[in-house]
Design a protein around this ligand. Structure first.
Ligand SMILES: [Zn+2]
Length: 363
């Protein structure tokens, strides 16, 4: 990844089974295993990756490792660092690398971005902030949180630093869009999916909104932010369109965790997961024996199992085994950007590729 890397260990915890598979475009030869891994393996364009990495290095000025950089690391508050022309640069801290990548693509060199959670080996739902995270939030001009209870570790740090005003919550954006999410509230047990970055239409709106916000804080860069956001929104919009053309209607899915829900539902998949199950999982508990038995049963009836590889539990892996035995196609998703993906766009494109292959498998 090209963002701030935490000191010690995140590299060694990277998945080691990831290899580029040449079967990327031959879904008829996919085994279950390659479908499972594909979202984390394929789709890398090396040249683009290198270019993005170089672009990322240019904005990599804040580091929690060693503490010698970061401009305002002396704890002198949030006065922005100055760039070559003596103009203030915005320092942005985000809860996960998903939002850091989007901000970085909007702002390029005219913004400093740091994510607190940067590895798929870390479950953001149960993440505990470090002293370095606290320092980063204290020194940030803008703090980006997903909100909706997903990443309270960062909003709590902001509150402790009395920087609530600097927090921009994606969940509180004015993003109204066309999709009908009423199915999230069926069955009495309401469950509102908090994984907003899998909702491509919503991200299209978010990047435009946040660029405007950043432009108000750094008017000298407003035009650059707006241009970056428009280009990015267009690319996200194209992916959204592609996802809706997958023609998954008539196919059902079960999820071990809600993560990819918006993407699957916009593609037309029919969600057979009990909202009460998703709600219990999100609260970090093992689900009740009744819900667990029910999920095991449903796993044998669906076409696809959406498996969250970043929030693994024993129950989830047993549901996965049951689904595999019953010949459902198992597709892995993650909360944050996989280490072998160049960024949000490539990651989401790869997710759509995976779903497309899974649909062919499920025919
Ligand atoms: Zn999650």
């Amino acid at each position: 990844m090209f963002f701030h890397q935490r000191c010690g260990g995140s590299q060694s915890r990277l998945r080691t089974q990831q290899h580029h598979t040449p079967q990327h475009h031959t879904p008829q030869h996919l085994t279950l295993r390659t479908v499972c891994n594909k979202s984390m393996v394929c789709g890398m364009n090396p040249l683009r990756s290198i270019a993005l990495t170089l672009a990322g290095l240019a904005v990599l000025t804040v580091s929690a490792c060693g503490g010698s950089s970061g401009g305002s690391s002396g704890g002198s508050g949030s006065s922005p660092a100055e760039d070559e022309e003596g103009q203030a640069e915005l320092s942005v801290v985000t809860s996960t690398d998903v939002y850091a990548d989007l901000i970085s693509q909007i702002g390029g060199d005219a913004v400093e971005v740091q994510a607190l959670v940067t590895s798929t080996a870390t479950d953001p739902h149960s993440y505990e902030a470090t002293p370095q995270d606290r320092l980063a939030v204290e020194n940030a001009d803008v703090i980006i949180a997903n909100g909706a209870g997903y990443d309270s570790f960062i909003t709590q740090l902001a509150s402790a630093a009395e920087k609530e005003d600097a927090v921009h919550q994606v969940a509180e954006g004015s993003a109204e869009h066309d999709h009908d999410h009423s199915h999230d509230h069926e069955d009495g047990d309401s469950y509102q999916n908090e994984h907003l970055w899998y909702d491509l239409a919503r991200m299209e709106q978010f990047v435009l909104e946040v660029a405007e916000h950043l432009g108000q804080l750094a008017p000298q860069h407003a035009e650059l932010y707006a241009e970056g956001a428009e280009e990015l929104a267009e690319q996200i919009g194209a992916l959204d369109e592609r996802s809706q053309q997958l023609q998954a209607s008539g196919h059902s899915y079960l999820a071990t965790e809600a993560v990819s829900g918006y993407l699957l539902e916009h593609a037309g998949f029919d969600n057979r997961t009990d909202p009460a199950f998703l709600s219990a999982v999100e609260h970090g508990d093992d689900v009740s024996p009744r819900l667990y038995r029910d999920a095991l049963q449903r796993s044998e009836e669906v076409d696809l199992l959406s498996y969250n590889a970043q929030t693994e539990t024993q129950q989830a892996s047993r549901i996965r085994d049951a689904a595999q035995e019953a010949s459902a196609v198992v597709v892995e998703f993650t909360e944050t950007i996989p280490e072998d993906s160049a960024g949000y766009l490539e990651w989401m494109e790869s997710n759509i590729d995976t779903l497309e292959a899974a649909l062919q498998e499920a025919q």
